[in-house]
Design a protein around this ligand. Structure first.
Ligand code: RNT
Ligand code: ZN
Length: 418
């Protein structure tokens, strides 16, 4: 036995003494597939044209070298990231990250042909794809309104985009053998106090109903709706608010998406999961990190993330939660941003999977003092050793080693992009 095997074995015993089965936790962790968000790699620009302007209340700051300029470059970058994230994961696309544009074909008429090489790539890698309509960064987002715009022609443009992305997703799902998640997030809202908050919400509801009118097989495609508190430039009213989408999802049988950056800073999304899963079948997560008023920082292992992971695994409903990442930082190496964030979430999940049952036992006998003591005691358990073992088994470099490959890729590939 070499030293790391010895250390792992003794850690396993330490956990076993607390009735925690490390092998079981590792097997569970390995079965969790994350939706790696492709838009970290192109600064949410998409590939429709060179002159893209991000609108809709999202902001990407920074100009670190190496932003992907086309779908091919983005896939190469993702190849590197996926190699450095242990386990098997999906990739999530935005509806403007096309492979190819065709003359006269705009977002309201996209088809699988606009995304063909994504499908081929995913097939070859044997991974699933998700895709979200992009209701932003386009001149048809008029006065920051899309599906809730008062002009029916503008609404129709965006409804058609929603419909065709759902169909593209269904093809992904069919061809790749796992359902593609189609996440609807609309930036619609107002910078200043609107005189009418009701009519736009009615229009959005009607537009969404049209987008979802055609039933698609849930084995191929699943619809999710994403709520938001506010965006930059849309501070006073967001049409797709929490109440709006929570009720829409419940009444129309859609999956609710929680983006962890879309809440008041002291709210914990972890606390919300069990409420929603008491009454709904599934949840989609956009795991992100809010910092003050911004929502999209690379996720770190902080209390919010630990709580989210803990609440996701603690009650045995892991298979009802779809995990997607959603952040974009252009001030650091974009491949590293994927790897750091994804691995952080996996580590948070592992910590949760290794949680001893003792604190819950104390709670069941109303011994809240012991519960607190045990919760705190669990924080110093040697989960890092288990994580290292997982990386070793998956043939993926350790936390201290993976930057080497990324630096090399930066030097030889990313720095060549101007
Ligand atoms: C925006 C939403 C949404 C976006 C993507 C790029 O606030 O979180 O999910 O991040 O559409
Ligand atoms: Zn999101």
């Amino acid at each position: 036995m070499n030293t790391s095997e010895k250390i792992f074995d003794s850690v396993k015993e330490q956990y076993a003494a607390l009735n925690v089965d490390v092998e079981k936790a590792l097997a569970k962790l390995d079965s969790i597939s994350l939706g790696i968000h492709a838009w970290q790699g192109d600064d949410v620009k998409g590939f429709e044209s060179d002159s893209f302007n991000l609108t809709g209340g999202c902001l990407v700051t920074g100009n670190y070298p190496g932003c992907a300029r086309n779908a091919d470059e983005l896939r190469k970058d993702l190849d590197v990231a996926l190699r450095l994230i242990p386990g098997k994961h999906k990739v999530g696309l935005q509806g403007h990250q096309v492979d190819k544009m065709f003359p006269g074909v705009d977002r309201d008429a996209f088809s699988i042909e606009n995304f063909r090489s994504w499908l081929d790539w995913a097939k070859e890698k044997k991974i699933g794809l998700d895709i979200a309509p992009a209701f932003y960064g386009h001149n048809k987002l008029d006065h920051n309104l899309s599906l809730s715009h008062p002009d029916p022609a503008i609404r129709e443009f965006w409804i058609n985009h929603g419909i065709n992305i759902r169909k593209i997703a269904a093809e992904f799902g069919k061809e790749l053998g796992s359902p593609a998640i189609v996440n609807f997030w609309m930036p619609d809202g107002y910078k200043d106090t609107p005189a009418d908050r009701f009519a736009p919400r009615q229009r959005m509801m009607e537009s969404l109903d049209k987008c979802f009118a055609e039933k698609l097989d849930p084995a191929y495609e699943k619809d999710t709706v994403e709520q938001k508190l506010f965006g930059i430039g849309v501070e006073s009213c967001t049409v797709g608010s929490h109440e709006f989408f929570m009720l829409y999802a419940a009444k129309r049988n859609k999956i609710l998406c929680f983006d962890t950056g879309h809440f008041h800073p002291t709210e914990q999304v972890g606390d919300k999961l069990s409420s929603v899963l008491s009454m709904m079948d599934e949840i989609f997560l956009h795991v992100s990190r809010g910092v003050r008023w911004d929502s999209d920082h690379v996720i770190t292992i902080n209390d919010d993330l630990l709580s989210l992971a803990r609440e996701s695994v603690a009650y045995g409903y892991l298979d009802r939660i779809h995990f997607g990442l959603d952040y974009f930082d252009a001030t650091i190496n974009r491949v590293a941003a994927w790897v750091i964030g994804a691995r952080n979430f996996q580590k948070a999940l592992l910590i949760a999977l290794l949680e001893p049952a003792a604190a819950r036992d104390a709670e069941n006998s109303f011994d809240y003092t012991s519960r607190l003591a045990l919760q705190e005691a669990a924080k110093t358990l040697p989960w890092g050793v288990v994580w290292e073992e997982y990386c070793r088994r998956k043939n993926v470099p350790s936390d201290f080693a993976y930057m080497k490959e990324i630096k090399e890729y930066e030097k030889t590939v990313l720095n060549e992009r101007m």
